[in-house]
Design a protein around this ligand. Structure first.
Ligand code: MTE
Ligand code: MO
Length: 317
């Protein structure tokens, strides 16, 4: 993967979540009351995103959330280009998140095509503030909105042969200019072992910051697996398939010596081209800000380490 530093970010742009929420609420209230008119500030002219509040979850980290602006303007979504600023520029123009449906199939008793609206109603959504650790050694803290993937898995009744789950992202050249590039073999696919997919931390995600997912963050739905490198969290899903054999994920296919199937965050297993021992938190790029030490399983070891008991995680990276 390409590693780039984001452009320097002025401290004034780093907005604490509470302040940001209040400002947004004010802007929305003003917009609803018609106070801002067409001469309102630039940020008020963006159509108000659809609200998607989630019940606060005890599984959330207490760490301060990364500024909304950074989470939505510094993105990896190669279907829209390999530069961090490509997805925010192109995804809102091209990606059509409605109508949308997801085929859930394979080793299940009740295969079904779910309309996105039906999927949203399958279980109550929660707000889960998770650390996100990219394999490129940067991290963020994101208030996602979604419900455990386990709820969907139970609804389709996997058979005894379902050992893994494969996720597939949309691959439509009309909606995704990045497909012209051959950096990856499209569609983007990812996979989890069944127990990982059923783990309560694994989130079927529809929103962030109390709003439906911005296009560039994987609208209208994605997966989020907080103890693994970010690339496991595939965006804009169109298919979830239950299979018997371990699926090959896109990054493993394109660079098998660099990216494995498990991809658990592990500060002791370096990427062949860089160290994974420390990370840069988005928004902390002041002259004196220190890199943060990376935590094993991204800090979720207490919840997930038992999934890998007896496995050599240096081999199974
Ligand atoms: N379909 C698809 N999903 C993807 C990617 C991608 O390029 N295509 N990039 C991944 C990577 S490398 C990361 S770090 C996260 C970033 O999610 P965010 O942009 O919402 O922060 O999305 C992951 N999901
Ligand atoms: Mo990433």
């Amino acid at each position: 993967m390409l590693i780039r530093q984001p452009a320097a970010i002025a401290p004034s742009e780093i907005t604490p979540e509470r302040v940001w929420r209040r400002r947004r609420d004010l802007v929305q209230a003003a917009a609803a009351a018609g106070v801002l008119g067409s001469a309102g500030p630039a940020f008020a002219q963006k159509p108000a995103a659809q609200r998607l509040p989630g019940k606060p979850s005890p599984l959330s980290t207490m760490e301060k959330a990364t500024a909304y602006k950074l989470v939505t303007e510094y993105c990896n979504f190669y279907e829209f280009g390999t530069e961090k600023e490509d997805p925010p520029q192109y995804a809102p123009k091209f990606l059509k998140p409605r109508p949308w449906s997801v085929m859930v199939e394979g080793e299940v008793n009740k295969p079904r095509r779910f309309d996105i609206e039906d999927l949203l109603k399958l279980a109550p959504v929660e707000e889960r503030v998770y650390r996100l650790r990219c394999v490129e050694a940067w991290s963020a803290v994101v208030p996602w909105v979604g419900y455990p993937l386990a709820a969907l898995i139970k609804a389709v009744e996997p058979t005894g042969n379902a050992k893994f789950v494969e996720f597939t992202t949309l691959a439509d050249p009309k909606q995704m200019p990045g497909l012209r590039s051959s950096v990856l073999k499209w569609p983007y696919t990812e996979g989890l072992r069944m127990d990982e997919a059923l783990h309560p931390l694994t989130l079927l995600t529809f929103g962030l910051y109390g709003e439906v997912l911005p296009h560039q963050n994987g609208a209208p739905l994605r997966i989020v697996v907080p103890w693994k490198y970010g690339f496991k969290s595939a965006k804009s899903l169109v298919r979830v398939r239950f299979v018997e054999k371990q699926p090959v994920n896109s990054w493993q296919e394109s660079a098998p010596h660099e990216y494995g199937f498990y991809s658990n965050v592990n500060p002791t297993v370096d990427h062949p081209r860089w160290s994974q021992a420390t990370e840069r938190r988005l928004g902390e790029d002041g002259l004196f800000s220190k890199r943060r030490p990376t935590l094993v399983f991204n800090g979720y070891g207490e919840q997930v380490a038992q999934l890998y008991a007896g496995m050599d995680l240096r081999k199974n990276y």
